[in-house]
Design a binder for this molecule. Structure first.
Ligand code: AMP
Length: 413
């Protein structure tokens, strides 16, 4: 028989990794919650058209990377490759523009891109995502960047380089794209086939190219950041002022191109020094035209997404807190029901407790208590003993009721 395996590019998340992922999500919820961001969920699959319109027809995501399928009624559906389009669709569908603005939300869940799997790149991956929709205030851009930096810090991802740029408004961008296209056309024979093929669709992609000839051309290319309209320039300056006063380090990188079409004004990306080729920990930007593009009222928005797998890769063993544990050992066979009951009581008192459920010898049970990192072991035999696993001290409890107190003394809590 053929060996069954998880599909290519997917991950089974085993303990303790699955717990560490929940911890990271918990950190994000706490940090974002303090700034007024509320959890929100949208479906894992959407109409294909949402992503074609939202993410952009010419992007790699839409052209090559979507998991698209037909349902039984012949509708084209797609496993979501990113979060913002779905959240904006829901914002419109539920009339959320009538709520006090901005609507601040966050979510965490699986996303799907049919990319070539490699270290840090999967076909199903998990993102934390935060969005502030309904205001173009530059303090939201700065706030979201600072919150993401705080989440990275608390998750222990280590040093990350922050790159920042502004893409201006669609009008400025259209003029600039004309200028860039003319520039690239004039030097077409120096460009890679790929860049040339999509020159009219998305000339900005040329900044992303790995091809040496293209890179040489791009070093002389005109930059959008030098063509910004006055109000976009002022918006970007305010974002930078707020980041400066918060003391966060960043580089303005006018070649920063993100793989999605909907961005306007601010774009940013954090890269970890601890990751290899797939170094992006998280990134995002402003999308002042997206809600309208999807059929809603003109509504500005800004947001980011960060990959949990990459955050944990970067954090290594730093992430995760030790959870204090208690082991209830059964020293004689007829004590197992008492052990079951004691474990239940101690859990209700807020402790994390395991008891013997695999028929181990006393020696095996003490080894198991060590293995799970128990700070105290309760030994149920002819007497009830509470052993402090750090000091080795052992004290007798007169009844089950006394056990909790002795266990708490062993933790010093
Ligand atoms: P993006 O929307 O492409 O900027 O993605 C946001 C974040 O999600 C990235 O910075 C990564 O941390 C993570 N990410 C994106 N694509 C993948 C992938 N294929 N595998 C793992 N993580 C990913």
């Amino acid at each position: 028989v053929k060996k069954l395996q998880a599909p290519r590019g997917t991950l089974d998340v085993l303990p303790p990794d699955a717990r560490r992922r929940l911890e990271v999500v918990g950190i994000a919820g706490e940090v974002l919650g303090r700034a007024g961001y509320e959890p929100m969920e949208t479906p894992v699959f959407e109409d294909t058209e949402l992503f074609a319109r939202g993410v952009g027809e010419s992007t790699d995501i839409v052209q090559k990377e979507m998991f698209t399928f037909e349902d039984k009624a012949g509708r084209s559906l797609t496993l979501r490759p990113e979060a913002t389009a779905g959240i904006c669709r829901a914002y419109i569908e539920h009339g959320m523009h009538k709520l006090p603005q901005p609507v601040k939300v966050w979510s965490a869940g699986p996303f799907f891109r049919h990319e070539a799997p490699q270290a840090g790149r999967f076909r199903q991956f998990t993102q934390i995502d935060a969005e502030a929709i309904g205001s173009d205030d530059p303090s939201l851009d700065a706030e979201l960047i600072l919150l993401l930096a705080e989440i990275f810090e608390r998750a222990g991802t280590g040093p990350a380089r922050l790159r920042l740029s502004s893409l201006g408004t669609p009008e400025t961008r259209a003029d600039y794209l004309d200028e860039l296209t003319r520039f690239l056309r004039a030097r077409e024979d120096e460009l890679s086939d790929d860049v040339r093929a999509r020159l009219d669709q998305n000339p900005l992609r040329a900044f992303d190219a790995d091809h040496a000839g293209t890179q040489a051309v791009m070093r002389e290319a005109p930059l959008l950041i030098d063509r910004l309209a006055a109000d976009d320039e002022a918006h970007f300056a305010e974002v930078r002022t707020l980041l400066d006063s918060a003391g966060i380090e960043y580089e303005v990188d006018p070649t920063l191109v993100r793989g999605l079409d909907y961005y306007t004004r601010t774009v940013f990306e954090f890269e970890s020094e601890r990751l290899g080729a797939q170094a992006a920990l998280g990134g995002g930007g402003r999308y002042d035209g997206l809600v309208e593009e999807l059929g809603g009222p003109p509504t500005p928005g800004v947001g980011w997404a960060a990959g949990i797998e990459r955050m944990l890769l970067a954090a290594g063993d730093e992430a995760g807190e030790a959870i204090p544990r208690v082991f209830v050992a059964i020293a004689k066979p007829d004590a197992s029901r008492t052990g079951f009951e004691l474990a239940r009581r101690l859990r209700r008192a807020g402790l994390r407790v395991e008891t013997e459920q695999a028929g181990r010898s006393m020696k095996g049970q003490l080894k198991q208590a060590d293995r799970i990192g128990a700070f105290a072991t309760v030994i149920l035999g002819d007497s009830i003993e509470v052993k402090d696993m750090q000091t080795g001290d052992q004290r007798e409890a007169a009844s089950l009721d006394e056990v909790l107190g002795l266990v708490q003394e062993a933790t010093g809590s």
